[in-house]
Design a protein. Structure first.
Length: 135
């Protein structure tokens, strides 16, 4: 299912680890609605202002998949509210991070993970903190 010009539901739910472990990573209806909101409000606007492809490394994670990848017990990935993205390398990710930070796009969390190895971005309907972290 195509959600926007540049993002599909399949790329936000695809997981090599889930396939490897035979874990069902089908989102609930609520998580699916949250993924649509994430794309419409955050990912597609980021892609539009960045003007280059953005790769989703991790989007939705079922509870079982989140446990398998040792995700946080309260991970927004399990709600369909978060995606880990990359522009290709740490230098490009840093540029993308700064662009997002200055863009005015409303997000819940913007996290530089491991020296810009990837960027975690989340959106939560009605309660976005615009929290910026460097982990």
């Amino acid at each position: 299912m195509q959600i926007s010009k540049n993002f599909s539901l399949e790329e936000l739910t695809s997981s090599a680890r889930a396939k490897e472990l035979n874990i069902d990573n089908t989102p609930t209806q609520e998580a699916k609605a949250s993924l649509v909101a994430l794309v419409v409000n955050v990912l597609q606007p980021i892609r539009d202002i960045y003007g280059n492809p953005i790769i989703v490394n991790s989007g939705y994670r079922s509870t079982d998949l989140n446990k398998a990848v040792k995700g946080s017990n309260n991970s927004q990935h399990m709600k369909g509210e978060a995606a880990d993205i990359t522009a290709g390398n740490p230098a490009k990710n840093k540029d993308l991070f700064l662009l997002i930070k200055e863009s005015g796009i409303v997000y819940d969390q913007l996290i530089d993970e491991s020296g810009y190895s990837w960027i975690h971005i989340s959106f939560s309907k009605g309660k976005n903190r615009k929290q910026i972290l460097h982990l």
